[in-house]
Design a protein around this ligand. Sequence first.
Ligand code: NAD
Ligand code: UDP
Length: 320
Amino acid sequence: MRKRVLITGAAGFLGSHLCDRFIKEGFHVMGIDNLITGSLENIEHLFKLEQFEFYHHDVTKFVHVPGKLDYILHFASPASPIDYLKIPIQTLKVGSLGTHNLLGLAKEKNARILIASTSEVYGDPLVHPQSEDYYGNVNTIGPRGVYDEAKRFQESITMAYHRFHGLETRIVRIFNTYGPRMRLNDGRVIPAFMGQALRGEDLTIFGDGLQTRSFCYVDDQIEGIFRLLMSDYPLPVNIGNDDEITIKDFAEEIIKLTGTDQKIIYKELPIDDPMQRKPDISLAKKLLGWEAKVSRSEGMKRTYDYFKSLTKEKLHKSEH
Ligand code: NAD
Ligand code: UDP
Protein backbone atom coordinates (compact mmCIF):
# COMPACT_ATOMS: atom_id res chain seq x y z
CA MET A 1 0.00 0.00 0.00
CA ARG A 2 1.31 3.43 -0.93
CA LYS A 3 1.71 5.94 1.91
CA ARG A 4 -0.79 8.79 1.53
CA VAL A 5 0.11 12.46 1.91
CA LEU A 6 -2.06 15.57 1.81
CA ILE A 7 -0.40 18.79 0.62
CA THR A 8 -2.17 22.14 1.06
CA GLY A 9 -1.12 24.98 -1.23
CA ALA A 10 -0.37 22.27 -3.81
CA ALA A 11 -0.75 24.59 -6.82
CA GLY A 12 1.73 27.11 -5.41
CA PHE A 13 5.47 27.36 -5.85
CA LEU A 14 6.69 25.15 -2.97
CA GLY A 15 3.52 23.02 -2.83
CA SER A 16 3.86 21.93 -6.46
CA HIS A 17 7.53 20.97 -5.97
CA LEU A 18 6.52 18.99 -2.88
CA CYS A 19 3.86 17.14 -4.93
CA ASP A 20 6.55 16.20 -7.47
CA ARG A 21 8.90 14.99 -4.75
CA PHE A 22 6.33 12.82 -2.97
CA ILE A 23 5.11 11.32 -6.26
CA LYS A 24 8.75 10.49 -7.05
CA GLU A 25 9.10 8.84 -3.63
CA GLY A 26 6.14 6.55 -4.44
CA PHE A 27 3.45 8.26 -2.31
CA HIS A 28 -0.21 8.75 -3.14
CA VAL A 29 -0.52 12.55 -3.16
CA MET A 30 -3.65 14.58 -2.48
CA GLY A 31 -3.34 18.29 -3.23
CA ILE A 32 -5.65 21.03 -1.97
CA ASP A 33 -5.62 24.62 -3.18
CA ASN A 34 -8.10 27.47 -3.63
CA LEU A 35 -5.85 29.02 -6.33
CA ILE A 36 -5.80 32.45 -4.67
CA THR A 37 -2.08 32.89 -5.46
CA GLY A 38 -1.29 29.54 -7.10
CA SER A 39 -1.91 28.16 -10.59
CA LEU A 40 -3.07 24.79 -11.91
CA GLU A 41 -0.30 25.07 -14.52
CA ASN A 42 2.17 24.18 -11.76
CA ILE A 43 0.60 20.74 -11.30
CA GLU A 44 -1.14 20.04 -14.61
CA HIS A 45 1.56 17.46 -15.49
CA LEU A 46 0.37 15.41 -12.47
CA PHE A 47 -3.32 15.21 -13.41
CA LYS A 48 -2.82 12.17 -15.63
CA LEU A 49 -1.33 10.15 -12.74
CA GLU A 50 -3.63 7.88 -10.77
CA GLN A 51 -1.56 8.44 -7.61
CA PHE A 52 -2.46 12.16 -7.68
CA GLU A 53 -5.75 13.78 -6.67
CA PHE A 54 -6.61 17.45 -6.52
CA TYR A 55 -9.27 19.24 -4.49
CA HIS A 56 -10.18 22.88 -5.23
CA HIS A 57 -10.96 24.01 -1.71
CA ASP A 58 -10.34 26.81 0.78
CA VAL A 59 -8.72 25.25 3.86
CA THR A 60 -10.14 27.93 6.14
CA LYS A 61 -13.41 26.00 5.64
CA PHE A 62 -13.82 22.51 7.15
CA VAL A 63 -11.35 20.12 5.47
CA HIS A 64 -12.12 16.47 4.89
CA VAL A 65 -10.53 13.94 2.55
CA PRO A 66 -11.55 10.32 2.06
CA GLY A 67 -9.48 7.36 3.21
CA LYS A 68 -6.44 7.02 5.40
CA LEU A 69 -3.75 9.67 5.67
CA ASP A 70 -0.15 9.19 6.80
CA TYR A 71 1.18 12.72 6.42
CA ILE A 72 -0.09 16.29 6.01
CA LEU A 73 2.05 19.21 4.81
CA HIS A 74 0.30 22.54 5.37
CA PHE A 75 1.75 25.00 2.85
CA ALA A 76 -1.36 27.01 1.93
CA SER A 77 -0.77 30.71 2.59
CA PRO A 78 0.05 33.80 0.58
CA ALA A 79 3.83 34.09 0.88
CA SER A 80 4.87 37.26 -0.87
CA PRO A 81 4.61 40.68 0.82
CA ILE A 82 2.48 42.15 -1.98
CA ASP A 83 0.13 39.17 -1.82
CA TYR A 84 -0.43 39.29 1.91
CA LEU A 85 -0.78 43.04 1.90
CA LYS A 86 -3.50 42.67 -0.75
CA ILE A 87 -5.35 39.86 1.08
CA PRO A 88 -4.55 40.45 4.75
CA ILE A 89 -7.64 38.83 6.27
CA GLN A 90 -7.30 35.65 4.17
CA THR A 91 -3.64 35.51 5.23
CA LEU A 92 -4.57 35.64 8.90
CA LYS A 93 -7.33 33.09 8.38
CA VAL A 94 -5.28 30.50 6.53
CA GLY A 95 -2.56 30.63 9.18
CA SER A 96 -5.04 30.39 12.07
CA LEU A 97 -8.37 28.78 11.05
CA GLY A 98 -6.72 26.82 8.22
CA THR A 99 -4.04 25.43 10.52
CA HIS A 100 -6.66 24.56 13.13
CA ASN A 101 -8.65 22.61 10.52
CA LEU A 102 -5.59 20.68 9.38
CA LEU A 103 -4.47 19.86 12.91
CA GLY A 104 -8.00 18.56 13.54
CA LEU A 105 -7.79 16.44 10.40
CA ALA A 106 -4.36 15.11 11.42
CA LYS A 107 -5.78 14.14 14.81
CA GLU A 108 -8.79 12.39 13.27
CA LYS A 109 -6.62 10.48 10.78
CA ASN A 110 -3.75 9.90 13.18
CA ALA A 111 -1.42 11.49 10.63
CA ARG A 112 1.89 13.28 11.15
CA ILE A 113 1.65 16.97 10.18
CA LEU A 114 4.36 19.41 9.08
CA ILE A 115 3.51 23.08 8.93
CA ALA A 116 5.28 25.71 6.82
CA SER A 117 6.49 28.48 9.09
CA THR A 118 8.88 31.21 8.07
CA SER A 119 11.91 33.32 8.92
CA GLU A 120 9.34 36.13 9.27
CA VAL A 121 8.60 34.85 12.79
CA TYR A 122 11.92 36.55 13.64
CA GLY A 123 10.55 39.87 12.22
CA ASP A 124 13.23 42.55 11.82
CA PRO A 125 15.76 40.53 13.81
CA LEU A 126 18.00 41.96 16.51
CA VAL A 127 20.07 38.76 16.55
CA HIS A 128 22.20 37.70 13.59
CA PRO A 129 22.25 35.06 12.18
CA GLN A 130 18.87 33.84 13.39
CA SER A 131 18.80 30.59 15.33
CA GLU A 132 15.69 28.76 16.45
CA ASP A 133 15.98 29.94 20.07
CA TYR A 134 15.59 33.62 19.07
CA TYR A 135 12.06 34.85 19.91
CA GLY A 136 11.96 37.52 17.22
CA ASN A 137 11.13 41.18 16.81
CA VAL A 138 7.75 41.49 15.12
CA ASN A 139 5.54 44.57 14.86
CA THR A 140 2.16 42.96 15.53
CA ILE A 141 0.15 45.90 14.17
CA GLY A 142 2.27 46.78 11.13
CA PRO A 143 1.17 45.77 7.61
CA ARG A 144 3.43 42.67 7.62
CA GLY A 145 2.03 41.62 11.02
CA VAL A 146 -0.84 39.78 9.29
CA TYR A 147 1.62 37.24 7.92
CA ASP A 148 4.15 37.15 10.73
CA GLU A 149 1.58 36.80 13.50
CA ALA A 150 -0.48 34.24 11.55
CA LYS A 151 2.68 32.15 11.32
CA ARG A 152 3.54 32.66 14.98
CA PHE A 153 0.02 31.60 15.96
CA GLN A 154 0.40 28.63 13.61
CA GLU A 155 3.51 27.51 15.49
CA SER A 156 1.77 27.95 18.88
CA ILE A 157 -1.35 25.98 18.00
CA THR A 158 0.79 23.26 16.42
CA MET A 159 2.83 22.89 19.63
CA ALA A 160 -0.41 22.88 21.65
CA TYR A 161 -1.76 19.97 19.58
CA HIS A 162 1.55 18.21 20.04
CA ARG A 163 1.64 18.71 23.81
CA PHE A 164 -2.06 18.37 24.58
CA HIS A 165 -3.13 15.70 22.07
CA GLY A 166 0.23 13.98 21.54
CA LEU A 167 -0.02 14.70 17.79
CA GLU A 168 3.12 14.08 15.74
CA THR A 169 4.02 17.56 14.49
CA ARG A 170 6.92 19.17 12.61
CA ILE A 171 7.61 22.89 12.08
CA VAL A 172 9.89 24.16 9.32
CA ARG A 173 11.02 27.80 9.39
CA ILE A 174 11.62 28.47 5.72
CA PHE A 175 14.04 31.24 4.67
CA ASN A 176 13.73 32.99 1.27
CA THR A 177 13.44 30.22 -1.31
CA TYR A 178 13.40 30.64 -5.09
CA GLY A 179 13.29 28.67 -8.32
CA PRO A 180 11.13 27.69 -11.29
CA ARG A 181 7.33 28.17 -10.87
CA MET A 182 7.59 31.36 -8.85
CA ARG A 183 4.98 33.76 -10.22
CA LEU A 184 6.61 36.53 -12.25
CA ASN A 185 4.37 39.17 -10.71
CA ASP A 186 4.41 37.93 -7.12
CA GLY A 187 6.52 40.93 -6.13
CA ARG A 188 9.32 38.96 -4.49
CA VAL A 189 12.73 40.25 -5.37
CA ILE A 190 13.90 37.43 -7.66
CA PRO A 191 10.90 37.31 -10.03
CA ALA A 192 10.75 41.13 -9.83
CA PHE A 193 14.38 41.61 -10.97
CA MET A 194 14.26 38.84 -13.56
CA GLY A 195 10.97 40.10 -15.02
CA GLN A 196 12.37 43.63 -15.20
CA ALA A 197 15.55 42.43 -16.93
CA LEU A 198 13.55 40.38 -19.46
CA ARG A 199 11.17 43.27 -20.24
CA GLY A 200 14.01 45.76 -20.56
CA GLU A 201 13.01 47.79 -17.50
CA ASP A 202 15.19 49.26 -14.78
CA LEU A 203 15.67 47.12 -11.67
CA THR A 204 13.84 48.53 -8.64
CA ILE A 205 15.70 48.43 -5.33
CA PHE A 206 13.63 49.27 -2.27
CA GLY A 207 15.49 51.46 0.23
CA ASP A 208 19.27 51.79 -0.09
CA GLY A 209 19.74 48.13 -0.98
CA LEU A 210 21.94 47.48 2.04
CA GLN A 211 19.36 45.11 3.56
CA THR A 212 20.42 41.48 3.29
CA ARG A 213 18.76 38.18 2.39
CA SER A 214 20.06 34.63 2.00
CA PHE A 215 18.49 32.78 -0.93
CA CYS A 216 17.88 29.03 -0.98
CA TYR A 217 17.30 27.07 -4.19
CA VAL A 218 14.02 25.16 -4.22
CA ASP A 219 15.54 21.65 -4.59
CA ASP A 220 17.60 22.18 -1.43
CA GLN A 221 14.54 23.46 0.45
CA ILE A 222 12.41 20.47 -0.57
CA GLU A 223 15.16 18.06 0.53
CA GLY A 224 15.34 19.77 3.95
CA ILE A 225 11.56 19.64 4.38
CA PHE A 226 11.44 15.97 3.40
CA ARG A 227 14.17 15.08 5.90
CA LEU A 228 12.48 17.06 8.67
CA LEU A 229 9.14 15.34 8.05
CA MET A 230 10.83 11.95 8.33
CA SER A 231 12.73 12.95 11.49
CA ASP A 232 11.37 12.65 15.03
CA TYR A 233 11.95 16.30 16.02
CA PRO A 234 8.84 18.33 16.97
CA LEU A 235 10.38 21.77 17.56
CA PRO A 236 10.99 24.37 14.81
CA VAL A 237 13.95 23.93 12.44
CA ASN A 238 15.40 26.61 10.14
CA ILE A 239 15.84 25.51 6.53
CA GLY A 240 17.63 28.00 4.30
CA ASN A 241 20.88 28.81 2.57
CA ASP A 242 23.25 30.81 4.77
CA ASP A 243 25.00 32.58 1.90
CA GLU A 244 24.00 36.18 2.71
CA ILE A 245 24.05 39.07 0.22
CA THR A 246 22.86 42.69 0.14
CA ILE A 247 20.00 43.43 -2.25
CA LYS A 248 22.26 45.93 -4.05
CA ASP A 249 24.97 43.34 -4.73
CA PHE A 250 22.27 40.90 -5.70
CA ALA A 251 20.86 43.34 -8.28
CA GLU A 252 24.38 43.63 -9.76
CA GLU A 253 24.56 39.83 -10.01
CA ILE A 254 21.23 39.75 -11.85
CA ILE A 255 22.41 42.46 -14.24
CA LYS A 256 25.49 40.36 -15.03
CA LEU A 257 23.55 37.11 -15.37
CA THR A 258 20.87 38.52 -17.66
CA GLY A 259 23.20 40.79 -19.65
CA THR A 260 20.63 43.59 -19.41
CA ASP A 261 21.85 47.13 -20.04
CA GLN A 262 19.22 48.58 -17.73
CA LYS A 263 20.18 50.44 -14.60
CA ILE A 264 19.16 50.30 -10.96
CA ILE A 265 16.54 52.72 -9.64
CA TYR A 266 15.68 53.25 -5.99
CA LYS A 267 12.19 53.20 -4.48
CA GLU A 268 10.87 53.60 -0.97
CA LEU A 269 11.55 50.78 1.50
CA PRO A 270 8.30 49.04 2.54
CA ILE A 271 7.32 49.42 6.22
CA ASP A 272 8.96 46.87 8.56
CA ASP A 273 11.12 45.39 5.77
CA PRO A 274 13.72 43.33 7.71
CA MET A 275 17.25 44.79 7.46
CA GLN A 276 19.19 41.53 7.85
CA ARG A 277 18.31 37.92 7.35
CA LYS A 278 20.50 34.83 7.46
CA PRO A 279 19.63 31.46 8.92
CA ASP A 280 21.74 29.70 11.50
CA ILE A 281 21.45 26.17 10.15
CA SER A 282 23.52 24.35 12.81
CA LEU A 283 20.42 22.50 14.02
CA ALA A 284 19.42 21.27 10.54
CA LYS A 285 23.02 20.12 9.97
CA LYS A 286 23.17 18.23 13.25
CA LEU A 287 19.66 16.80 13.20
CA LEU A 288 19.08 16.12 9.51
CA GLY A 289 22.59 16.09 8.05
CA TRP A 290 21.24 18.83 5.78
CA GLU A 291 22.79 21.90 4.23
CA ALA A 292 22.17 23.75 0.98
CA LYS A 293 24.11 22.34 -1.98
CA VAL A 294 23.08 24.56 -4.91
CA SER A 295 25.11 27.77 -5.16
CA ARG A 296 23.37 31.06 -5.86
CA SER A 297 24.99 31.33 -9.29
CA GLU A 298 23.79 27.85 -10.33
CA GLY A 299 20.31 28.30 -8.83
CA MET A 300 19.88 31.72 -10.44
CA LYS A 301 20.94 30.33 -13.82
CA ARG A 302 18.30 27.58 -13.60
CA THR A 303 15.66 30.08 -12.47
CA TYR A 304 16.52 32.53 -15.25
CA ASP A 305 16.23 29.70 -17.82
CA TYR A 306 12.73 29.07 -16.49
CA PHE A 307 11.65 32.72 -16.70
CA LYS A 308 13.19 33.02 -20.19
CA SER A 309 11.07 30.07 -21.34
CA LEU A 310 7.80 31.86 -20.46
CA THR A 311 5.75 33.28 -23.32
CA LYS A 312 5.92 36.99 -24.14
CA GLU A 313 2.26 37.26 -23.20
CA LYS A 314 2.96 36.01 -19.67
CA LEU A 315 5.99 38.21 -19.30
CA HIS A 316 4.01 41.35 -20.13
CA LYS A 317 0.90 40.34 -18.21
CA SER A 318 3.09 40.46 -15.12
CA GLU A 319 3.86 44.17 -15.34
CA HIS A 320 2.32 46.19 -12.58
P1 NAD B 1 2.61 30.43 -3.18
O1 NAD B 1 1.78 31.66 -3.09
O2 NAD B 1 3.25 30.10 -4.48
O3 NAD B 1 1.77 29.17 -2.71
C1 NAD B 1 0.79 29.21 -1.73
C2 NAD B 1 -0.41 28.38 -2.22
O4 NAD B 1 -1.40 28.34 -1.19
C3 NAD B 1 -1.07 28.98 -3.45
O5 NAD B 1 -1.23 27.99 -4.45
C4 NAD B 1 -2.43 29.47 -2.93
O6 NAD B 1 -3.43 29.46 -3.93
C5 NAD B 1 -2.69 28.50 -1.79
N1 NAD B 1 -3.61 29.03 -0.77
C6 NAD B 1 -3.54 30.21 -0.11
N2 NAD B 1 -4.58 30.32 0.76
C7 NAD B 1 -5.30 29.17 0.66
C8 NAD B 1 -6.48 28.68 1.29
N3 NAD B 1 -7.14 29.40 2.21
N4 NAD B 1 -6.93 27.44 0.95
C9 NAD B 1 -6.28 26.69 0.03
N5 NAD B 1 -5.17 27.11 -0.62
C10 NAD B 1 -4.70 28.33 -0.32
O7 NAD B 1 3.74 30.54 -2.02
P2 NAD B 1 5.00 29.62 -1.71
O8 NAD B 1 6.22 30.43 -1.86
O9 NAD B 1 4.88 28.34 -2.43
O10 NAD B 1 4.79 29.39 -0.15
C11 NAD B 1 4.21 28.20 0.36
C12 NAD B 1 4.29 28.16 1.86
O11 NAD B 1 5.65 28.27 2.31
C13 NAD B 1 3.52 29.29 2.55
O12 NAD B 1 2.89 28.78 3.71
C14 NAD B 1 4.60 30.27 2.93
O13 NAD B 1 4.26 31.03 4.07
C15 NAD B 1 5.78 29.35 3.21
N6 NAD B 1 7.07 30.04 3.02
C16 NAD B 1 7.58 30.24 1.78
C17 NAD B 1 8.79 30.91 1.64
C18 NAD B 1 9.44 31.13 0.30
O14 NAD B 1 10.51 31.72 0.25
N7 NAD B 1 8.91 30.66 -0.80
C19 NAD B 1 9.45 31.40 2.77
C20 NAD B 1 8.88 31.21 4.02
C21 NAD B 1 7.70 30.50 4.13
N1 UDP C 1 13.01 44.20 -2.95
C1 UDP C 1 13.57 45.14 -3.79
N2 UDP C 1 13.01 45.33 -5.02
C2 UDP C 1 11.93 44.63 -5.47
C3 UDP C 1 11.38 43.65 -4.61
C4 UDP C 1 11.94 43.47 -3.35
O1 UDP C 1 14.55 45.80 -3.43
O2 UDP C 1 11.49 44.87 -6.61
C5 UDP C 1 13.61 43.98 -1.62
C6 UDP C 1 12.63 43.97 -0.46
O3 UDP C 1 12.38 45.29 0.00
C7 UDP C 1 13.38 43.12 0.56
C8 UDP C 1 14.16 42.12 -0.31
O4 UDP C 1 14.20 42.69 -1.62
O5 UDP C 1 14.29 43.90 1.29
C9 UDP C 1 13.50 40.74 -0.39
O6 UDP C 1 12.15 40.94 -0.70
P1 UDP C 1 11.12 39.76 -0.96
O7 UDP C 1 9.79 40.36 -1.18
O8 UDP C 1 11.66 38.85 -2.01
O9 UDP C 1 11.14 38.89 0.38
P2 UDP C 1 11.08 39.23 1.95
O10 UDP C 1 11.11 40.70 2.19
O11 UDP C 1 9.84 38.60 2.40
O12 UDP C 1 12.31 38.58 2.45
